[in-house]
Design a protein around this ligand. Sequence first.
Ligand SMILES: Nc1ncnc2c1ncn2[C@@H]1O[C@H](COP(=O)(O)OP(=O)(O)OP(=O)(O)O)[C@@H](O)[C@H]1O
Length: 302
Amino acid sequence: MKKAICITDLNYSYPDGTKALDNVNIEIEQGEKIVIMGPNGAGKTTLFLHLNGVIRSDQDCVKIFGQNIGKMKTEDRIREVGVVFAEPDDQLFMSTVYDDVAFGPLNMGLDEEEVDRRVKKALATVGLEGFEEKVPHHMSFGQKKKAALAAVLSMEPRVLVLDEPTANLDPKSRADLIRVINDLNRNHGITTIIAMHDINALSELADRVYVLNRSIVAEGTTRDIFSDPILVKENNLDAPDIFKFFKIMNCFGGAHSQTPMSIDESVEELTKAIEALEGKMSLQVHENTHDMVDEVISSYKH
Ligand SMILES: Nc1ncnc2c1ncn2[C@@H]1O[C@H](COP(=O)(O)OP(=O)(O)OP(=O)(O)O)[C@@H](O)[C@H]1O
């Protein structure tokens, strides 16, 4: 099977001489969820500008499903890859939300009925039904972010690229967005590539992580990446709080086979740890522990 994205020895310097990308190599399978992390100025946005054809490499370095992205016609490229940038004002330019979301499909030459179907579906996916006639620049930042995402989803791309999707969203909007991304990935087979600094969303959004700092300095699961404190420090990252908590537990002799990266994994580990102590310290895992934990978590869940 062809790779969804294949980036080979990609170099890029801006006209003022700033070297933004230095020999970058990335391979992504169809259906994978990839997160790209790295410090400010690491080259994440520059990399994404190569994926939406704004920057075109002379070489054959950036391929999507085997085709050189720089040589594809715009209408072919937007069918394959949709890029949502961090700043929605850069993407919304029409006088209504409907027109912004319809812009791509209309330019693909689709008939009005199909365009209308896609616009309604995309707005429903991001939770913006009823916003069709709103002026984009009169909406809140979070609403604009959702509209920018809808404008890309209406083109039904096979690869979705998102720059800082959770930044500046309230907790419910953030949870909704993570759900939307996971649904698109799991149920519609869309490959997702996300650049973000939101470490606590990683366990939900990443099968694999690339750490970019002009070049790729590491690649692996979230657990691989955060198990290397020097890598974390050198690249201005931080480990998720849960991961650090269990690392501290280790200092007190808490044995766990794999450091948990999520609430669900933590519940499993804590249950195992307390079961191991039962008898020794007259502790007991309550037989309803899992139900009680579920109740606590769902009482806060959006
Ligand atoms: N138009 C430009 N002209 C010159 N240099 C640029 C230009 N755009 C970006 N750069 C530089 O290229 C480097 C990479 O920037 P880029 O925006 O890709 O980083 P980033 O990883 O997206 O950063 P952040 O996390 O802060 O958004 C930085 O040193 C930046 O100053």
